[in-house]
Design a protein around this ligand. Structure first.
Ligand code: PEP
Ligand code: NA
Ligand code: MN
Length: 608
């Protein structure tokens, strides 16, 4: 640890939290950084760190006139996405990780990690980032501390979470529990060795210890692998906390809807990747008289309030959105938030005037760019200018349509839960579940078809329960049981209604049956009107689907054939689907909740 002795470290630390001090000392001892820096979260600190990152070549400062206080980063070409094959849930028992997770025994994994981390921060600064997911003045604030040797991670965490002195002071004053989240890019520097712009290691490990509630991440500097407050804490570890404490940590957006009669409703919605979650979260409604505001686009913590109502909070402070496809036409609300600056872009393309660009950002493609790998690019280059998983990282309070309730620690009451997939056939535009357990059945079978964008066969149905497949921190069967059991805590009158949606169904000719985007507000309206008992529906073996008349199609450019293709329940398709669900459920083995087995049996009976 260079010339820093253990006692000096403790004396200099801005906390007296003994567990935290002991952990920081232990990590410094193991990783041997040149220095230790406690992150305070201030504006000055951010300015200094980003300036240092510009000098180091990690960040490019963008044109302050078009992108004020904003930067672009370019990763190693082999460090561009979450590494699910290298993501582990290390519970004591393998069965507690379940079939959806990679597992290794904790002791074995710790041995491996200890050798990887030995000396891994040599030549670097070790940053200590106190953070809280959710509100600092929540009843039971969820603290974490990330130790990292990446200043890019510090800067990004400042956008994505509440960090710094205020958090540390409360953590110290209440001597609270915190999730230790250790991160190293795994690229120690020998004395005098020149650093690279994006240090990382080909060997990557994203590891969770659910019983201890700790996280260790090695080798990657990329978002979901390295910003440990996000997927690692707020979904994988939080899902375990939620199981034990009786709440839900979900991969969901949160929306506020206001009806023409000024009645307020809230919707939570889960969609697998590439199904338009950020677009729905920031939707401009086309349906007359309805207003949409947003509370979150990715993570939703839900717990029951004093009156048995389900309440939702977005634990994050920023957006970490996929850039390609986010444009002035498709998502002007995201674009306006980005245009206010204070953002970090990763793996986008650079324009000649010091701005950023990605596919789908503008209608017109610039004649010349520098692509995400630093090469000259023109529209004739025949390759994307921005990486398909390039990202914008932007403070959430820059969203004009942010609901004021985002700032309320007690969150908002959820009236409807949407589970959405991406299917060309079978799944109607919207289906209302018969009841809570039937809704969980829908969520547990959520699916999307693989597209040409991903490796492997096109059109294969992939199941993604509650869009949580890569994020459930324990056995997926137990997770579904937990969802089912929660209805016992609810006031039955306040239990949200559950809907299955699919914006992607095709007509027999192969085109999209439903236009999507802002028109999805019509589906939201129907869902709310079902809750109000106002809209008609047809009861089918899979649940309640809208009659053509009950869906508000006023001013909508959709033919009767298209509408029928979007809404229809087709028995033949569901015969096949039931077989496919049966195969999916076989993966759960003994852990499949009896209630869901009964749901599948009931569906098969109704189809017969
Ligand atoms: C991420 O990859 O860091 C991330 C936020 O994941 P996703 O967009 O798939 O939710
Ligand atoms: Na991702
Ligand atoms: Mn996500």
């Amino acid at each position: 640890m260079g010339n820093l002795t253990t006692s000096r470290l403790t004396a200099d630390a801005p906390t007296t939290h003994q567990k935290l001090l002991a952990w920081v000392e232990e990590v410094a001892e193991l990783t041997q950084p040149d220095s230790i820096y406690w992150v305070n979260g201030s504006v000055d600190e951010y300015a200094r760190l980003t300036t240092e990152l510009v000098e180091a070549g990690t960040l490019v400062r963008l044109n302050p006139e078009t992108f004020p206080n904003s930067f672009a980063a370019f990763s190693d070409p082999a460090d561009v996405a979450r590494v699910e094959e290298q993501t582990f849930i290390c519970s004591e028992k393998e069965a507690d990780a379940g079939f959806t997770n990679n597992w290794m025994a904790p002791a074995e994994m710790k041995g491996k990690l200890n050798s990887l981390f030995a000396g891994s921060m040599r030549g670097r600064t070790m940053y200590v980032i106190p953070f809280v997911m959710g509100h600092l003045d929540a009843e039971d604030p969820k603290f974490g501390v990330e130790i990292t040797d990446s200043a890019y991670v510090v800067a990004s965490m400042r956008i994505m979470a509440r960090i710094g002195t205020e958090v540390l002071d409360k953590l110290t004053a209440t001597n609270a529990f915190f999730v230790p989240a250790l991160h190293s890019v795994g690229a120690p520097l020998a004395p005098g060795q020149q650093d690279v712009a994006w240090p990382c290691n080909p060997d990557k490990w994203i590891v969770h210890f659910p019983e201890e509630r700790s996280i260790v991440s090695y080798g990657s500097g990329y978002g979901g692998n390295a910003l440990l407050g996000k997927k690692c804490f707020s979904l994988r570890i939080a899902s375990v906390m939620a199981r034990d404490e009786g709440w839900l940590a979900e991969h969901m957006l949160i929306l506020k809807l206001t009806s023409p009669e000024s009645k307020v409703y809230h919707v939570a919605a889960a969609f697998p990747s590439a199904c338009g979650k950020t677009n729905l979260a920031l939707l401009d409604p086309t349906v007359k008289g309805w207003k949409v505001e947003t509370l979150g686009d990715d993570i939703n913590w839900m717990r029951f309030g004093k009156e048995g109502e389900l309440r939702a909070v977005n634990p994050e402070a920023g957006l970490f959105g996929v850039a390609p496809g986010t444009g002035w036409g498709t998502n002007p609300n995201a674009m306006r938030a980005i245009a206010k600056g204070n953002s970090i872009f990763t793996n986008v393309a650079l324009t000649d005037d010091g701005g950023v660009w990605w596919e789908g950002m503008t209608e017109e493609t610039p004649a010349h760019l520098t692509d995400w790998q630093g090469n000259e690019w023109t529209p004739e280059s025949g390759r994307p200018a921005a990486h398909p998983n390039s990202r914008f990282c932007t403070p959430i309070d820059q969203i004009d349509m942010l609901a004021p309730e985002y700032f309320a620690p007690e969150g908002v009451q959820v009236d409807a839960i949407l589970f959405g997939g991406r299917r060309k056939t079978t799944i109607p535009l919207v289906t209302e579940a018969r009841d809570w357990t039937n809704g969980i059945f829908m969520g547990s079978t959520l699916s999307s078809e693989t597209t040409a964008a991903a490796a492997g066969a096109v059109g294969v149905v992939r199941r993604d329960p509650m869009a949580m497949l890569p994020f459930i921190g324990y056995n997926a069967g137990d997770y579904l049981k937990h969802w089912i059991s929660l209805s016992a805590k609810a006031n039955p009158e306040k239990l949200p209604k559950i809907f299955l949606v699919n914006w992607f169904r095709r007509t027999p000719e192969g085109g999209f049956a439903w236009p999507g985007f802002g028109e999805n507000s019509r589906v939201l309206k129907w869902a709310i009107e079902r809750i109000e008992g106002k809209a008609d529906a047809v009861e089918t073996p899979i649940g309640f689907v809208p009659t053509a008349e009950s869906l508000d199609t006023d001013g909508l450019d959709v033919s009767a054939e298209e509408l029928d293709a979007a809404l229809a329940f087709r028995s033949e398709e569901w015969q096949t689907e039931a077989v496919s669900i049966e195969e999916w459920y076989a993966n759960f083995g003994e852990a499949l909740p009896a209630g869901l087995r009964a749901e599948l049996d009931g569906l098969k009976d109704r189809l017969a």
